[in-house]
Design a protein around this ligand. Sequence first.
Ligand code: F6R
Length: 241
Amino acid sequence: MFTIKIAKHMDDVATLAYEPFREMLLRNPKSVLGLATGSSPLGLYKLMAQDFKDSHLSYRNVTTYNLDEYVGLQPDHPQSYHTFMHENLFQYLDLKPENIHVPNGSASDLEDECERYEAALSMTHLDIQLLGVGSNGHIGFNEPGTDFASLTHIVDLKAQTRLDNARFFETLDEVPTQAITMGIASIMRSAHIVLIATSVKKAQAIHDMVNGPVTTKVPCSVLQNHPDVLLVLDEASASLL
Ligand code: F6R
């Protein structure tokens, strides 16, 4: 079930997306949050950091699980998702390091790492999962064709995804070809989902997510089967609804 909020300005996107997180954190100081990287959550993370500073809303007992990480990048690589999360959010909050979980894309045994991550996820209960969406409809790095029953696994990134993410690297060749991602079933277990999308590049995916058939060709369409999804969109990404 979707609740759709369309914001006129980028600042409003962040504000609307932050509301359910703030409510959750106030209600349950031991919240378990699923987090995402990329451009979409940047405004939200700024707000979280600002609100932490202003209101001392504590994350001391909060636990976080990130959706994904590139394969082959050490955690301290400038483009790793570990680095992204530290730079854009974690450094500003009082999370305990042991409560922060990001898959290890440089593990020597990647299959083992997927099992370890999924086991940790299955022992907890995500209160809210934050998502962006790929222009091809991916959620996490679950590319078109991914089984809806998938758990944490290794994916080959599609050419379109590598192109979309090349803006963060010096050259396209440097963009990793694989990632570890929570599976679609792992994501769907979260009690609430908040998905942020901006720009006309996401308009088709948003249209297909809300109005299209539920199909593995468009991974985000699976969200039609989730009981509580908040879509926070700008006018451009909502333009085909
Ligand atoms: C990121 C992730 C991806 C992104 C998606 C949109 O952790 O899992 O699904 O959310 O690729 O990326 P942006 O926000 O950069 O457009």
